[in-house]
Design a protein around this ligand. Structure first.
Ligand code: HEC
Ligand code: HEC
Ligand code: HEC
Ligand code: HEC
Length: 96
């Protein structure tokens, strides 16, 4: 956990808006291991989702659209992490 916090703190000083994927931007700051156990994707993404929460907090800590889904969803239900631009809004119509 400490290494995530340290990486996040370090990045706050250098972060700029990115057009690439969230995975690319995060790999630049902390490598594949920022989200994958030993760089290897898990089959259920439980590990990956725990890393998101470890750095960003859970749904209750984020903006309104997140709070609307508290207790119901995980980050990867909306964020397609390796997709260019990560347009999380494109997932709304899957359910609404
Ligand atoms: C920000 C967290 C994050 C980082 C950093 C990251 N990944 Fe991923 N990765 C994910 C998530 C979440 C998925 C599940 C599919 C998705 O959301 O795109 C995934 C899926 C994958 C998959 C399964 C195939 C696919 O694309 O769906 C592979 C392989 C993979 N990642 C490899 C890597 C490698 C190699 C790196 C470093 C170059 C990396 N990942 C960096 C979060 C991350
Ligand atoms: C090592 C800590 C860390 C982990 C793990 C992490 N993030 Fe981030 N993330 C950051 C930091 C730092 C920023 C830049 C500052 C900010 O926007 O909060 C960021 C930015 C973002 C952004 C906006 C900028 C962009 O790249 O588009 C999204 C969306 C995001 N993260 C989603 C995720 C998701 C989804 C996961 C899990 C798959 C994840 N993050 C895992 C630290 C992390
Ligand atoms: C219901 C779909 C949904 C889920 C689930 C979701 N997100 Fe998001 N997220 C979005 C949308 C849409 C945006 C862009 C608009 C906004 O910021 O409200 C966004 C933006 C972001 C941003 C960048 C803006 C900001 O608030 O700093 C971060 C970081 C982020 N999400 C992290 C996460 C993390 C971490 C999780 C899991 C705990 C998560 N998201 C789960 C839809 C979602
Ligand atoms: C995986 C399915 C799923 C996705 C994807 C999803 N939602 Fe939801 N959303 C729900 C469920 C279930 C509820 C709670 C039940 C309800 O109130 O309809 C909810 C509740 C809400 C609410 C609270 C108000 C209400 O209707 O009760 C808003 C606003 C909302 N969603 C907007 C969005 C937006 C915007 C997106 C895309 C960023 C999104 N949702 C993506 C399933 C989803």
């Amino acid at each position: 956990m400490n290494k995530f916090v340290t990486a996040a703190a370090a990045l706050m000083f250098s972060w700029a808006a990115v057009a690439g994927s969230v995975a690319d931007s995060h790999t630049d700051m902390a490598g594949c291991d920022a989200c994958h156990d030993d760089g290897m994707p898990s089959s259920d993404l439980v590990y990956e989702n725990e890393t998101c929460v470890g750095c960003h907090g859970d749904l209750a800590d984020l903006t309104q659209v997140h709070q609307d889904h508290q207790g119901m969803m995980v980050c990867t239900d909306c964020h397609i992490t390796h997709e260019e631009g990560d347009d999380a809004s494109s997932t709304c119509a899957n359910c609404h």
